[in-house]
Design a protein around this ligand. Structure first.
Ligand code: GLC
Length: 474
């Protein structure tokens, strides 16, 4: 099958979160299964020069953005086995950073339409499916339905839309419909939801299938507590909604070969993991007294469950834990962690920022990884942790629930510690149980080895996606 992945970020080109990991690894798994899968994304200024230098210009044309005609260049490149198309427009993408500009609506309307114009111009390759991801590509199925479906090349083309996080929907005022999106007002019903333009609900309306990144999240988002207002729309689309658990790139995240960590290790010899811990403790200037080390790598925003951590942080330190914390986000949380690092300098370290190499050292060195999210569509950090023998402590929500089982059920496949209710003391109980098992060295090692043996690769889910694509193309 020919499949085009459309996304606003993908590793190794541009990344701000988990979406980039997924778009940077799932297509490769599908190529490995024998399919021609390519990826299209914006040519951001942030993309490193050496990657830019490896690209080849293929063509340019004009794209309609409302009444405007905008230049669009298409570059082609390779990352591993996957072909990438990069959409060039200096005005829209020649800025520092990926999102957060006053004209994001216009930037991604341009991108969504440029994808279809690129497909129209390409003579040698036509996708049977365009697989869109999150609101930034939500308008592609809308434009396809309104402006391209009557053309022979697009007649049988199908679309899949994946929700990576339902919180970010691309909501704008009605005035953009004609002026910015260039869509006649009589199509308003496709675009409008709850009184404004909503790019995510518009994608739900027009795409052939909707998927999300774990089976549990696919159920959760039908409920108002999780849906950020979209449950009404999604409930009527259940017939085309499914959830497949994300995988991770197990070649990239491999403790046996990872060059970012202090010492490589494997399930047959864990001594390198102890070296990693020693090195990280000394890097972060923490006391190496044999106490268990918890890693936290996250965005400091409320839905990541930072409030739970904040509520019982001192109790966890008193329990004997040390912390290696990496992330950035709301100032209130950054300040809280800074204060804790100041008060417990030998036990708590916080690094404010997004530093992929340090995150690898944290995943490899820590004993446990804490992820008490309020909601978590999938979550990748817990899977990376499992792969590095770092035991996840998670709340049972979304993909966390689908990838981590409580080790109270160790005999039956428990690979971490979990709690159900969004409550700081329930989390504390899981943290206490983790400490009790950590003190039982023999069983702790068994748990680590079991965690490392869990399959977090794309193998299973790639098959599920292929099944879905086959259903569509017949
Ligand atoms: C978003 C979600 C995260 C998920 C990732 C990749 O960042 O918040 O849970 O793992 O997308 O699908």
């Amino acid at each position: 099958m020919n499949i085009l992945y459309a996304a606003s970020e993908a590793l190794p080109f541009a990344a701000s979160g988990g979406l980039a990991d997924v778009v940077g690894s799932l297509p490769a798994a599908l190529v490995k299964a024998g399919h021609d899968v390519r990826v299209v994304l914006p040519l951001y200024k942030d993309i490193k020069q050496e990657l830019r230098d490896s690209l080849r210009f293929i063509r340019n044309f004009q794209v309609s953005v409302g009444w405007r005609q905008q230049y669009c260049g298409v570059f082609e490149g390779k990352a591993g086995s996957v072909t990438y198309y990069l959409i060039d427009n200096e005005y829209y993408f020649g800025r520092d950073g990926l999102y957060g500009f006053y004209d994001d609506c216009e930037r991604f309307a341009f991108f969504a339409r440029a994808i279809l114009d690129m497909v129209a111009a390409e003579e040698d390759w036509t996708p049977q499916i365009i697989h869109c991801n999150d609101w930034q590509t939500g308008l592609t199925p809308v434009y396809l339905q309104i402006f391209y479906k009557h053309l022979p090349k697009f007649e049988r083309m199908k679309t899949v839309f994946t929700i990576h996080n339902i919180q970010y929907q691309g909501k704008y005022g009605r005035e953009v419909i004609n002026d910015v999106l260039g869509i006649p007002l009589y199509y308003g019903s496709i675009l409008e939801y709850d009184g404004c333009v909503n790019m995510m609900s518009a994608a739900f309306e027009t795409s052939d299938k909707i998927t999300t990144v774990s089976p549990t999240y696919a159920r959760e988002i039908l409920d108002p507590w999780f849906s950020h207002g979209l449950d009404r729309c999604l409930n009527s689309k259940q017939y085309k909604l499914t959830g497949f658990l994300n995988g991770i790139d197990t070649d990239l995240y491999n403790p046996e070969t990872d060059t970012a960590i202090a010492k490589n290790f494997s399930a047959s010899d864990l001594s390198g993991k102890a070296e990693c811990k020693k090195a990280l403790l000394s890097e972060l200037k923490l006391r190496g007294d044999g106490s268990p080390l918890i890693g936290i790598v996250t965005r400091f925003v409320s839905h990541k469950g930072i409030d739970l951590i904040r509520n019982v942080f001192e109790e966890m330190v008193e329990m004997g834990y040390s912390f290696a914390i990496l992330g950035s986000g709301d100032k209130m949380y950054e300040d809280f962690f800074r204060e804790m690092a100041y008060r417990f300098p030998e036990k708590v370290s916080v690094t404010i920022g997004f530093i992929p190499s340090l995150s690898r050292r944290v995943y490899s060195a820590c004993d446990m990884f804490l992820m008490p999210s309020q909601s978590e569509p999938c979550g990748l950090a817990q899977m990376i942790s499992l792969r590095y023998g770092t035991i996840p402590i998670v709340r049972e929500t979304g993909g966390l629930r689908d990838s981590v089982t409580d080790a109270g059920d160790f005999e039956h496949g428990g690979n971490g510690f979990t709690f159900k209710t969004y409550n700081a003391h329930d989390m504390l109980d899981a943290v206490r149980r983790a400490k009790a098992l950590y003190d039982d060295k023999e069983n702790w090692k068994k748990l680590q080895l079991f965690a490392m043996s869990c399959d977090c690769s794309w193998a299973k889910s790639a098959e599920l996606y292929l099944g879905l694509y086959r259903e569509l193309v017949g």
